[in-house]
Design a protein around this ligand. Sequence first.
Ligand code: PLP
Length: 369
Amino acid sequence: MREHGCSEDSLFSFLHAKKSEDRGYHRVLSSMCSLPHPVAVRAHMLFLETNLGDPGLFLGTASLEAMLIARLGNLLHHPRAAGYATSGGTESNIQALRIAKKRAAATSPNVVVPESAHFSFDKACDLLSVEMRTVPSDAQFRMDADCVQDAVDRNTIAIVGVAGTTEYGTVDPIEVLSDIAVDRDLLLHVDAAFGGLVLPFIDGSEPFDFALPGVASISVDPHKMGLSTIPAGCLLTRDEKTLHLCTVDTPYLTVKHACTLSGTRPGAPVASAIAVMDYLGRDGMQAIVAGCMKNTRRLIAGMETYGYPVAVEPAVNVAAFSCPGVPPGWIVSRTRRGHLRIVCMPHVHRDVIELFLEAIGEMNAGKTD
Ligand code: PLP
């Protein structure tokens, strides 16, 4: 630390210089986060000092958290869902497995996850000392439900399905998983961290939420397609009792029990998430998702004209291609199977897609010269 403080001017010129080193979202096609909506930023600033870790001090903010859970519950076909605002999909997934472990009390617990599961499940299983049983994907990059039946045994505490996979944008056969969960009295957790704020706004999306009786919990992140500020995730459970399996006593706080993983928790992203939902409404969200899906389809069509087929038709705005190269100046990523992966987030406008396709064309021309 400095011995003596510096002037505000020099401090902020230093901070601005550091910020200018950030890539931001310019030509970034790999991120599942995006620029927050202006109302998200405004609401975030208004609630900057709030701490949901001590909700009795911030009753208004705590009521916004309850509203956020109710709004998402309603969207996911269960208006009375329980839940809380997490720091994102990772925390929600860890907590879902923690709940499963407490519920089942198996001696050598295992959890059955799809090959496509996000790496947060590796973390969760490591932290909780739970065996992670990985089930392969089928040709459509969806969890192979027949293999789920084989993987489940008496020590299985939960099955995980993903609605909107990180790498291929597909949806696991949640309806079948729900039947298995009901049949075998298992907890089914749906990781809809990405798809939870996409699929409800696409007509004809297959069911993945609490409308299915076996679905016990869902991760859904407003800081991804909900255009909120970071960090805004949510864990929803079908009932309070399940959520409170994680409850501990918090004797020195204004409330005496907490079921959350973090202690101190920011209220600002919660206000920001609610702000976007209320400002845009269902039709506004639908329009944003429709734009992202249109851009995804344009990207797929364009890539195919250059001879780079999409690995699978995605259900959400994530597309993966058999394409070995990457044009310079663009940030993309690769799936574990080596496909080029692009997420058409709201900051990836149509002109960005056209510029990328042009760059792909130039890359191709360079190869044949
Ligand atoms: N689950 C899915 C399906 C994801 O795509 C991601 C992140 O991209 C996560 C979980 C983890 O979310 P976070 O990075 O917010 O913890």
